[in-house]
Design a protein around this ligand. Structure first.
Ligand SMILES: O=C(O)[C@H](O)[C@@H](O)[C@H](O)[C@H](O)COP(=O)(O)O
Length: 246
């Protein structure tokens, strides 16, 4: 496998958000339909950027063409909240996508939003390991087919925020994080878990992210996203506004 990182990953720039989103939906559809054995596992990003992608996937021609019964949906991170909370990433995904397509309920793997954050992280890690079928990653055997990531203007991705202990986590697959000045605790995949992806794709849009994209592609150590790697390939899907080269 390629083993790409944020510097070596390929970059695709599109005229606007709509084009970038449609390209990504087409690419996901191609991957999901090409994979003809076993589940197609995705880890999805929260926040606002991917919402148009999730909405698009619930419309035609995507809604009737994705192999929903073979797709397994995980999250890259979530806010530690009940899923009906307006800021829950899973709640957003369910509203925009999962409630509108015939994906079996057992194929949805939300991060727990009740109890304690630490217990939620541990139980999610257990679920990932059960799905993977092992407690440690095997070389060249990814956990996810696709890991969709966003990028914060401070260079965070998932809930890997600057200066947080989770950035040093190299053993656990899931951890908690309390971002600076954040109203609630986060549950997040760690670097090793994100690395265990056949494809990592950053979907980044808007001029407000241009500087962060440039810094992460230059692997600026102040940006947690700089250290993201993929077992397979890593790609950037940008609109022109977010592209430092446009
Ligand atoms: O839970 C979250 O918020 C996301 O996982 C987070 O990592 C997001 O991808 C970035 O913060 C970008 O967010 P926007 O797309 O809203 O700019």
């Amino acid at each position: 496998m390629a083993g790409q990182d944020t510097r070596t990953g390929s970059v695709s720039v599109f005229a606007d958000r709509e084009e970038a989103t449609r390209h990504l939906a087409d690419w996901l559809l191609q991957l999901a339909t090409e994979k003809n054995e076993g589940p197609f596992a995705l880890a999805l990003s929260g926040g606002s950027t991917p919402q148009s992608l999730y909405s698009l996937m619930a419309t035609e021609p995507y809604a009737s063409r994705f192999p929903w019964a073979r797709m397994q949906f995980f999250l890259g991170d979530d806010r530690f909240l009940p899923h009906d909370h307006e800021d829950s990433n899973f709640g957003m995904m369910h509203r925009l996508l999962f409630s509108r397509v015939p994906v079996p309920a057992e194929n949805l793997h939300p991060m727990p939003g009740v109890g304690t954050a630490e217990d939620a992280a541990r139980s999610y890690e257990t679920r990932l390991k059960q799905f993977y079928g092992a407690d440690t990653f095997e070389a060249d055997r990814p956990l996810f087919d696709v890991n969709l990531l966003g990028l914060g203007s401070d260079g965070h991705t998932a809930s890997l925020f600057p200066g947080q202990p989770v950035l040093k986590e190299q053993t656990a697959w899931v951890a908690t994080c309390v971002p600076p000045a954040a109203p609630y605790t986060r549950i997040t995949l760690t670097y090793p878990a994100i690395h265990a992806s056949r494809h990592v794709v950053f979907l980044v849009e808007g001029a407000g992210k241009k500087e962060a994209v440039a810094k992460v592609r230059a692997q600026d150590p102040s940006c947690p996203a700089s250290a993201i790697t993929a077992m397979g390939d890593l790609r950037w899907v940008l609109d022109r506004a977010a592209s430092p080269d446009a």
